[in-house]
Design a protein around this ligand. Structure first.
Ligand SMILES: [Zn+2]
Length: 237
């Protein structure tokens, strides 16, 4: 039963009036008294704040309750992004991976410091919030990004993530390199990237593998990296 009355709107035999701070429900008939819980659900109100007063007219018992407005239910929304990057190994460049300089006879070629791991992580983060890619935000054509510190860029990407209400939940990445051996440097990579992302190292996983001599990475022509990132946001429903 749903109809308008002089009291307001009748829902299943009750009148819901929004004139006061909360909701006031008038039961029009005794028979409807027990259906208050159903009315609360249908009227999208949470629960009775308290019984206020009750009286009886010649045919109808009228009870007045004050109800809370519908509460917001916070639900964690989760998004995942993927990132991939590859850079050529050349002589005369520093080898920066995950914000760590690694002793090696060659380094990665690129407009910035060519930190292949930080770049893959940035793209994963941007992908998670559907906000383009690092080429869009830090175009190689712009001289201001020449030899840029990729950890500083990672901080900027994290600021974009936060500005849109997201929190980074975790990052997982794999570096593909035939050489040098990266395992000893992984703890420091996790620390540096975690600091830039504003999370703990436990939330940043870095793994390294070879490609068993296969492909460009296997021929030591370059190093590549892939990453996934998960972000969460509490939304009201
Ligand atoms: Zn790159």
């Amino acid at each position: 039963m749903l109809q308008d009355s002089c009291f307001g709107r009748i829902v299943y035999g009750l009148v819901v009036d929004k004139r006061s701070f909360g909701y006031v429900v008038f039961t029009l008939q005794r028979a409807c008294y027990g259906s208050l819980g159903r009315v609360c659900r249908n009227a999208r109100v949470s629960h009775l704040l308290g019984f206020r007063r009750s009286f009886r007219s010649h045919t109808t018992r009228i009870s007045i309750f004050r109800l809370e407005p519908p509460p917001f239910i916070l639900i964690d929304m989760t998004r995942t992004g993927i990132g991939f990057d590859a850079h050529r190994l050349v002589a005369g460049r520093r080898l920066m991976i995950g914000g760590v300089e690694i002793p090696h006879e060659r380094g990665l070629l690129g407009h910035s410091d060519a930190d292949v791991l930080a770049h893959a992580v940035m793209d994963a983060l941007l992908g998670a919030i559907a906000d383009g890619d690092i080429g869009q935000h830090f175009p190689p054509s712009d001289p201001c990004w020449k030899d840029a510190d990729s950890i500083a860029l990672l901080r900027q990407v994290t600021a974009r993530v936060h500005s849109q209400g997201w929190q980074v939940s975790n990052v997982d990445a794999t570096v593909l390199a035939e050489s040098p051996r990266l395992a000893p440097h992984i703890p420091r990579m996790r620390e540096r990237m975690a600091e830039a992302i504003g999370v703990t190292p436990a939330q940043v996983s870095v793994k390294a593998t070879t490609t068993e001599g296969l492909g460009a990475v296997g021929r030591r022509e370059g190093i590549s990296a892939m990453a996934v990132a998960t972000v969460t946001k509490a939304v009201a429903r």
